[in-house]
Write a protein that binds this ligand. Sequence first.
Ligand code: RNT
Ligand code: ZN
Length: 426
Amino acid sequence: MSGKSMNARQIQAAYKLAAERYAEFGVDVEAALRRLAKIPVSLNCWQGDDVGGFENIGAQFGSGIAVTGSYPGKARTPDELRADADKALSLIPGKHRFNLHAFYAETGGKKVERDELEPAHFKNWIAWAKANKMGLDFNPTYFSHPKLVDGMSLAHPDKSIRQFWIDHGIVCRKIGAAMGKALGTPCVTNVWVPDGYKDTPVDRKGPRERLANSLDAIFSKPISPKYNLDAVEPKLFGIGSESYVVGSHEFYLGYAIKNKKLICLDAGHFHPTESISDKISSMMQWVPELLLHVSRGVRWDSDHVVILSDELEAIAQELVRGGYLGRTHIGLDFFDASINRVAAWTIGTRSMIKALLLALVEPISTLKKLEADGDLTGRLALLEETKTLPHGAVWDYYCLKAGVPDGCGWMKEVKNYEQAVLSKRA
Ligand code: RNT
Ligand code: ZN
């Protein structure tokens, strides 16, 4: 990355002018930054090792999910993954969370099946999160496993296969609750299953009935929302499930409303022209809380690193304008194996935070008033003018205050880390 970092004096001077400019629009930038500092983003652990997990080192059961790219230096052990995440977190302003999958368990070299996992297998993760004063989120892992038979898990026609995966879901909620209890902040445990058909099914109903029953079995025991929150994640299609996904949007929206679960909206799980930003205010009428998997679909659900796109801005605007931040858990979901993975985490998370910042410094009350007064010309004009307000100066100042590199500084640290650590990995 070219260009030098600014010095602190320059950043402060630019910020002062920027804050004055925003004040002319009735925006209190200091207040916005105070709010921003309280919004955690849950970093997806799986960007650090290409959704590999640590249970079958060497073995490949690639079904259910697909990653492309072979950039050198991916984390091979839990310690490496934690070290890489520490590096990324040191370059991201604010206090955040970390989102784990069940197959990142540490079983000390012993084979422990997924239906036998326990909180103890995550004690290093919990200790690490505690040391970082961070909350954890969790996911049962329904892919990359020999018992994902013919692309089906919780919806499989064979009862014993279903039971294995039900038991996996049950132990994962317990692990989530243990994480929430230990860290003093509820863990969001999110269920996503890849179940579906490559080609057009004849029976669309049966798998959905089975999935509903399996979910009921997983969720049958109540767990205090102080410790664990259950979420369900729909999808339109996947690789190998192009024609039919059992857990579709309508399926899970209904399930979440009926059972008071969180619905997870993954930005890459809808038709390419469909955006999740417009869904938020509709679904928040009916579900208690929302989980976001902020991702970036490119042509298909390809899980590209999140960037400051129009859609990302629209998502953040909806959360802020609608007053939904208190009921929304913001998580990231991407896995690009073709670039430096520490940089991928840093870019994606910083972009998410930038989008939140942009949304928080909008002149919302003025915009709402224009709209309420029927001045739609004024609304359009002001929306366009706000796009060139000096938010970059506010962002730099936010990074400075948080003690992380502004604009161009962080990439140098990633390069140093790559040379000193990542390049040494085989
Ligand atoms: C897959 C889902 C799911 C996964 C992660 C690894 O389509 O988006 O959330 O990406 O659980
Ligand atoms: Zn997702």
